[in-house]
Design a protein. Structure first.
Lengths: 370, 310
C-alpha cells in the first residue's frame, strides 16, 4: 500500500499519508464511479482485479526471482478447472467455495512444482520456451481430454459452475436491501476480489522483505553468487514457482466462480503474454508498478473499444480494427516500446537488495549481462 | 510396416521445413544469443505475402505457367521477408544488444505478436486457401508409400538451400565473418569485421529461409492464416535445441529428427497409449522432446559449447 501510495505522481512523495487515503478511497469507490459509465465497466473492474492478482503472482516469479515464465496462464487454468470440477454439475460435485478454492490453489501450486522441478537448471530464454511449451501442453490437454473419458468436456468447457457462496450467502444473487434497493452482484464480486487482492498485496509485500524475498532477489541478480552464500537455490526457485502458481490458481478459481463457465480458449498463450506485458509495462519487480500495469492494460483496451469503434464507424463507415485486434496491437506495442524506451517500466522497481545494473530492463554496461 | 514407411516420408518432408526454420533460429542464437521469437511469424508473413503475390500474378498474368507463378510469389515473399527481418533487427533488437538478457527476449515476444496482429489486420482471421500450384495428388505408390509432387519439391528445395547455406557459411568471406562474429563480437570487430552488418545479414538470410519455409508449409497443407507461424516456429526452435543451438548441421539434423519423431509418433500414439491419446496430441511431442533435451543434454546432439548460457 505504501508503495502504491508513493507511486501517485506529485502527491505520493510529498504527503504519503494523504496519498494512502486516496488509494484506499479510490479502491473502495471504483465500482461506484465505474457504474456511471454503465454496468459493463463494473464487470471490467472485476476482471481487472483478477488480472491484478495474476500480475502479482507472475511478478513473484518473473520480477522477484527472475524466472521468465511464459506459461503462467496454465496455473490460472488449473485453478479454474479444479474449481469447476469440484463445484459444478459436470461431475455433480458441489463442494463449498472454501474447499474448492484452496483445492484449486493447491493443484496450481503442485503444477508449479511439476513445472519447476525439471526446469531448475534452465535460465532465461530456455526457461521461457519450456514454460511456454508447458502452457500449451496444458491447453492441448484441456482441449482434448473429452475422449475417451470425458474429463474436461473438450473445447466446449464446463458450464454452470457454482457461483461464490460465502457463509451460505450466494453472491451472484445480489444483495437485497429493503424492498426496492438491490446491490448488483457485480459490485459484490468486486469487493470480494478486492479483499483477495489486498490480502495478496500484504502477503507479497511481507514476502519481499523477508528472508525468502531477499533470497529471490539474490538469485535473480546472480545465481552463482547466491548459491555461494548458501542460498538453497533449488528450493527457493521451486518456492517461487509454486507460490506464483498459487496466486494464479486462486485467481483462476475466482474467475470460474465469477464467469460461471470455463473453456480452454480463456487460457491461450495470448493471455500469458498479456499478463507478462502488464508487469513489464508497470515495472517488473515492483508491486505498485505491477498493479498499475494490470489496471492500465485491462482498462485501456476497453476504453479503446468504446472510443475507437465509434470513431472508426464515423470516419470510414465500418470497423477496420475490431476491439480484440486493438487489444493485441496495444499489448504488443506496449511490450516493444516499453523495452526500448523505458525498460524498467512505468514505476521502476527500486530495491535495497539488488544491484541496479542487473535489474531487468535497466541498461547495463554490457559485459555484466553476459 | 507400410504405416511406418509412409510416416517416415511425411516426417522427412515436415522435418525439412522445420530444419529450414531452425537454421534461422540457430544462426541468430549463435551470433546474438537471442531467441528470435518473431522468426515463426516471419514464416507466416512469408506465406501470406506469397499468397497475395500469387493472387495478383494470377489476376494480371493468368497465362503465366504454374511454376513461374509460384516462383514469382516466392520471390516477392522472400524479398519482403528479407526487408522485414532487417527492419526487425534494426528497430527492435539492435538497441537492446547490450541490455540484460530478458529485455530483448520480451521485445522479441512483442514483435512476434505485433506481426500476428498486423497480419490479422491485413488478412483477417480467416484461413486462406493457398493455391496448390504444385500438385498434391499422390504419385504411383512406391512400396506402398504415397508421395506427392509438392513433397518431392519440398525435399529438393530444402536440401538445395541447406547445402547452399553451408557453402555460404563455410566457404565465403561473409560466412567467415559470420563465424567470427558468433565466436566473439569484440574480437571480430577488432579484426575489421563490421559486426552490425554481419548481424543484419544473418537476420536477412534467416528471414529469407523462413519465407521459403512458409511457402512450402502452406503449399503442403494448402492453407495460410495469421497464427500459422506459432507452432512451426516453436517446433523449429525445438529442432534447433535438439541439434545443438548455434550449430548449423545440428539444426538440420534436429529438424529432420523432430519431423520423424512427430509424424511416426502421431501414427502410433493411439496404440502406445492404449487408445487414451490420439493424434490431436501430436503437438506435444515437440515440447516433450524439448524438455528432455534441455534437461539431459542442454548442448543438444551436436552442440559442443558448454551450456552455461542455457
Amino acid at each position: 500500500m505504501n508503495q502504491l501510495a508513493l507511486a501517485i505522481p506529485w502527491l505520493g512523495k510529498r504527503n504519503p499519508a494523504a496519498a494512502r487515503w486516496v488509494v484506499i478511497a479510490l479502491a473502495l469507490a471504483a465500482p461506484l464511479i465505474a457504474v456511471l459509465f454503465g454496468k459493463t465497466w463494473v464487470r471490467i473492474l472485476d476482471f481487472a482485479m483478477l488480472y491484478v492478482m495474476l500480475a502479482i503472482g507472475l511478478n513473484l516469479v518473473v520480477g522477484f526471482a527472475g524466472l521468465l515464465d511464459l506459461g503462467y496462464i496454465a496455473f490460472y487454468a488449473v485453478g479454474a478447472y479444479t474449481f469447476a470440477f469440484l463445484a459444478s454439475p459436470h461431475f455433480d460435485i458441489h463442494l463449498p467455495f472454501w474447499l474448492a478454492l484452496p483445492a484449486g490453489a493447491a493443484f496450481a501450486a503442485l503444477a508449479g512444482i511439476i513445472l519447476g522441478l525439471p526446469t531448475l537448471r534452465l535460465r532465461g530464454d530456455y526457461l521461457a520456451i519450456v514454460t511456454l511449451g508447458f502452457g500449451e501442453i496444458v491447453r492441448i490437454f484441456l482441449n482434448n481430454l473429452n475422449h475417451p473419458i470425458n474429463i474436461t468436456n473438450g473445447p466446449q468447457g464446463i458450464n454452470m459452475v457454482d457461483p461464490l457462496v460465502l457463509f451460505g450467502w450466494d453472491i451472484s444473487q445480489g444483495l437485497q436491501i429493503g424492498e426496492s434497493f438491490k446491490i448488483n452482484s457485480l459490485f459484490l464480486y468486486y469487493y470480494v476480489f478486492l479483499a483477495f487482492v489486498v490480502l495478496s498485496i500484504i502477503l507479497v509485500q511481507r514476502l519481499q522483505i523477508s528472508r525468502i524475498g531477499r533470497a529471490w532477489a539474490a538469485i535473480r541478480d546472480d545465481e552463482l553468487a547466491a548459491k555461494a552464500i548458501g542460498i538453497n537455490t533449488r528450493n527457493m526457485k521451486l518456492l517461487a514457482f509454486s507460490l506464483g502458481a498459487t496466486f494464479g490458481g486462486v485467481s483462476g478459481g475466482l474467475f470460474a466462480a465469477f464467469q460461471g463457465f470455463v473453456s480452454p480458449e480463456s487460457f491461450s498463450l495470448m493471455e500469458s503474454i498479456a499478463v507478462l506485458t502488464m508487469i513489464v509495462f508497470g515495472g517488473m519487480g515492483n508491486l505498485a508498478g505491477v498493479i498499475v500495469g494490470a489496471l492500465a492494460l485491462t482498462a485501456l483496451p476497453e476504453i479503446l473499444r468504446y472510443v475507437a469503434v465509434p470513431v472508426q464507424q464515423a470516419l470510414f463507415d465500418r470497423v477496420i480494427l475490431d476491439p480484440e485486434v486493438l487489444r493485441m496491437l496495444l499489448l504488443s506495442l506496449a511490450m516493444i516500446f516499453m523495452m526500448l524506451l523505458r525498460p524498467s517500466g512505468l514505476i521502476p522497481a527500486y530495491s535495497r537488495y539488488s544491484r541496479p545494473e542487473l535489474v531487468v530492463g535497466k541498461q547495463s554496461s554490457g559485459e555484466v549481462a553476459k | 510396416m507400410e504405416t511406418l514407411l509412409q510416416q517416415t516420408v511425411n516426417g522427412l518432408v515436415v522435418g525439412s521445413v522445420y530444419a529450414l526454420v531452425a537454421l534461422g533460429y540457430t544462426m541468430v542464437y549463435g551470433i546474438l544469443g537471442l531467441i528470435n521469437f518473431a522468426h515463426g511469424d516471419v514464416l507466416m508473413i512469408g506465406a501470406l505475402v506469397a499468397l497475395e503475390a500469387i493472387r495478383l500474378i494470377q489476376l494480371y498474368a493468368p497465362d503465366l505457367g504454374l511454376i513461374p507463378t509460384l516462383l514469382g510469389g516466392l520471390g516477392v515473399s522472400v524479398i519482403v521477408c528479407m526487408a522485414l527481418g532487417y527492419t526487425i533487427e534494426r528497430t527492435a533488437y539492435r538497441r537492446l544488444r547490450n541490455a540484460p538478457r530478458l529485455a530483448p527476449l520480451i521485445t522479441a515476444i512483442g514483435v512476434s505478436f505485433l506481426l500476428q496482429t498486423l497480419a490479422m489486420i491485413i488478412w483477417g482471421r480467416n484461413y486462406h486457401t493457398f493455391p496448390q500450384l504444385v500438385s498434391t495428388t499422390p504419385l504411383e505408390p512406391v512400396a506402398g508409400v504415397f508421395i506427392t509432387p509438392v513433397q518431392i519439391a519440398i525435399l529438393v528445395v530444402s536440401a538445395t538451400l541447406m547445402v547452399a547455406l553451408l557453402l555460404l557459411v563455410n566457404k565465403t568471406r561473409l560466412g567467415r565473418a559470420m563465424r567470427a562474429t558468433a565466436e566473439n563480437h569484440k574480437v571480430a570487430s577488432l579484426m575489421g569485421v563490421d559486426t552490425n552488418k554481419i548481424i543484419a545479414a544473418t537476420f536477412i538470410i534467416g528471414s529469407a529461409l523462413a519465407a521459403v519455409a512458409g511457402v512450402m508449409f502452406s503449399s503442403n497443407y494448402g492453407i495460410a492464416h495469421y497464427a500459422m507461424g506459432f507452432m512451426p516456429g516453436l517446433k523449429a526452435f525445438t529442432a534447433a535445441v535438439l541439434g545443438g543451438i548455434g550449430n548449423l548441421g545440428g539444426a538440420m539434423l534436429g529438424g529432420l529428427l523432430l519431423g520423424l519423431v512427430e509424424s511416426i509418433g502421431a501414427g502410433y500414439i493411439e496404440d502406445m497409449s492404449f487408445g487414451f491419446l490420439n493424434s490431436s496430441y501430436q503437438d506435444i511431442f515437440a515440447f516433450v522432446i524439448l524438455g528432455i533435451v534441455l534437461i539431459f543434454r542442454p548442448t543438444g546432439l551436436l552442440g559442443e559449447r558448454v551450456a552455461d548460457r542455457a
